[in-house]
Ligand binder design. Structure first.
Ligand code: NAG
Ligand code: NAG
Length: 197
């Protein structure tokens, strides 16, 4: 019985998570991300060419107030000589606030900020065998007077191997409120402006 209970909890956790299996922190509520008219259902595989511009972001069934911080992290960086994959920070953008607009029932949020790390579109290098990269979006409440902590400055600047659990602790953030993720196939060489049939 105990086993059944634990198993069902694990299963429930897997079903609810809007982050890839094994990723910490797991998040239950879905962040709505749109690239143009394409809704990113959690885990959707998309073409590299379709995700080179910063997406539209929002939430469903909630009214956000205040300011939010958005991170986008690739967790599949291939590191030579290591079976363990590293991370790449693809965006860290502050000052998201409700825009008042909606798309497909999502209440949108927007920012004029371009940092601390500007949006950098996915471009996973070719690998044999192919290995899709997972890009995770995490939305946090932004603390008053938020600044990148000194301990995280070089990681944020280089974008390499950010440890989000450590960032949360060092920056004094609370747990992420919303998340989602997309996938891009390694070696996807689609061009941004090519005709997509
Ligand atoms: C609208 O949002 C739902 C999820 O809330 C999603 O399943 C659907 O694909 C979205 N449709 C469009 C056209 O964005
Ligand atoms: C939003 O609320 C409606 C009505 O309660 C529900 O049917 C729908 O599944 C909810 N959508 C999400 C994304 O939580």
């Amino acid at each position: 019985m105990l086993f059944a209970t634990v198993a069902s909890l694990l299963l429930a956790g897997t079903t609810l998570a809007q982050t890839p299996p094994g990723f910490v922190p797991a998040v239950e509520k879905t962040l709505d991300v749109y690239y143009g008219t394409t809704y990113i259902s959690p885990g959707l595989m998309v073409k590299k060419s379709s995700v080179q511009k910063i997406p539209v972001v929002g939430v469903t069934n909630a009214t956000l107030t205040g300011k939010y911080l958005l991170a986008m992290i690739d967790i599949d960086l291939q590191t030579s000589g290591s079976a363990k994959r590293g991370t790449v920070l693809h965006a860290l953008l502050t000052d998201w606030t409700p825009s008042g607009a909606t798309q497909n029932g999502s209440s949108l949020i927007t920012t004029k900020a371009t940092g601390p790390s500007s949006y950098f579109g996915p471009a996973p290098p070719a690998e044999t065998p192919k290995h899709p990269h997972n890009y995770i979006f995490l939305l946090h409440e932004q603390p008053a007077n938020f600044a990148v902590p000194a301990s995280q400055k070089s990681v944020v600047q280089s974008r390499m191997n950010i440890d989000w659990v450590k960032f949360i602790a060092d920056a004094g953030l609370s747990a992420p409120l919303y998340a989602t993720y997309l996938q891009v196939q390694s070696g996807d060489n689609t061009k941004r402006f090519e005709f997509e049939a």
